[in-house]
Ligand binder design. Sequence first.
Ligand SMILES: [Zn+2]
Length: 233
Amino acid sequence: MNIPQTRVHQIPGMGFSNAFVVELDGQGLAVIDTGTSGKEKKILEYVASLGRKPADVSFIVLTHPDADHSGSVAALKRLTGARLAIGELDAPRLSGEKKLKEARGFGRLMLGVFGSMMKVERVKADLELEDGASVGPLTVIGTPGHTDGSVSLYLPGTAIFVGDLLRTDGSGKLKLASANMSRDMEEVKRSVEKISKLEFQQLLPGHGLPIQEGASKKLRDFVTNGFKSARGQ
Ligand SMILES: [Zn+2]
């Protein structure tokens, strides 16, 4: 599916986790998140459908290192030669210096069950992103809470990629990050408040349907409503 009137594309056929391509003026392409393992072919098929070569992917940016977003990153990096970027506090989890994921309660149980099915090849990032950094036209917004180093990527006035800070349901209603799978829900809320002050048409989550228009207004209403989607919205 192409999101109209922008240089932002959602990669089709990725299954459970979303991944996106952003066209960078004169600087190739950025792939944002890479889904579960074995998705590198799907990603490169989509790049080819844009008339571009693997080597045109100049950046791979991960919103956070969870296995359902980083599963194909090592393979995609090898196939494209792209530079890999991730939030600085999450870089040691991707490289294997720290445990990939820590979770509480039910989340810990789920990780025990599914962790072995979601093996991630460890990889060292080329760029460790701080709040306010730039990757081409994308501004890095530090949005910790789901993980310590989670980042959102902001195309001013146009779009924001939020990773697992927010989700949407089947009808596009906003929901907070999953409490069981997140480090700190109070920090999640502070990060949502932080991005609700920005202006964007589209909000592109790691799971669920993207919001195609009027997204910053919808997000402000969500915050005002106590981090819940109002009825009928
Ligand atoms: Zn996820």
